[in-house]
Design a protein around this ligand. Structure first.
Ligand code: DGT
Length: 218
């Protein structure tokens, strides 16, 4: 039974591209009293008919800023969406957008420092002024070559040009944020899950996180 609550136990599911975030969320669909918010990739692929994800991959120097501005908006909308369940599971967050993707764009030179400065000011304003609940981060830790193979197999059209080096860089940025804690802001404790396992074995691994998440739902 869903009970009205203003502050659910909020979990961010984080990890590299292809680490199985959507599968992890789907694992929890069988339980009651959990709101699942999958990442709004479809919105990024179709904003009034424009595929921003595709534009960003095809011409990052021109479109990275626009894409990240829209990612921030859609993530913020998910952070602020009211729920009636005691547990809320979210795929990614404005933190991974900033500390992994925008960080990479800035470090690789894809984004002009002035563009980065604008996005960073927005990010700082948001996390300082707008309440964003976070109680736990589930980090689906993977090996870059493993997720690279998965990305090739799933063949999402926009991602076909993604090189292994990009996946390796994103991996390092997730590790810096969630394990090495190079940024001051890590909004919640981190639960690390081995997400290299294939689908037949991963359920057992996912189950290890159930008690941390489900005990909040009783
Ligand atoms: P999963 O279920 O772990 O396989 O999750 P994915 O790979 O469907 O989801 P995600 O968020 O790792 O990536 C979706 C696509 O969107 C992928 O091509 C990377 C891209 N993406 C996601 N967030 C951002 C972002 O903030 N900036 C940039 N540049 N790309 C992003």
């Amino acid at each position: 039974m869903s009970i009205p609550t203003t502050k659910p136990f909020t979990v961010f599911v984080e990890g590299n591209i292809g680490s199985g975030k959507t599968t992890f969320l789907e694992h929890f669909r069988r339980f009651e009293d959990i709101t699942l918010l999958t990442e709004p990739v479809e919105e990024w692929r179709n904003l009034r008919g424009w595929n921003l994800l595709d534009l960003m991959y095809k011409d990052p120097a021109k479109w990275a800023m626009t894409f990240q501005a829209y990612v921030s908006l859609t993530m913020l909308e998910m952070h602020r969406r009211p729920t009636t369940t005691p547990v809320k599971l979210m795929e990614r967050s404005i933190y991974s957008a900033r500390y992994c993707f925008v960080e990479h764009m800035m470090k690789s030179g894809v984004m002009h420092p002035a563009q980065f400065a604008v996005l960073d000011e927005w990010f700082r304003f948001i996390y300082q002024q707008i309440p964003i609940d976070a109680d736990l981060i589930v980090y689906l830790k993977t090996t870059p070559s493993v997720v690279y193979d998965r990305i090739k197999k799933r063949a999402r059209s926009e991602e076909q040009c993604v090189p292994l080096s990009y996946i390796e860089e994103l991996h390092k940025l997730h590790e810096d944020w969630l394990i090495n804690r190079v940024h001051a802001e890590c909004p919640a404790p981190v639960l690390v899950i081995d997400a290299d396992l294939d689908l037949s074995q991963i359920t057992e691994e996912y189950k290890k996180s159930e008690h941390r998440i489900l005990r909040q739902a009783v």
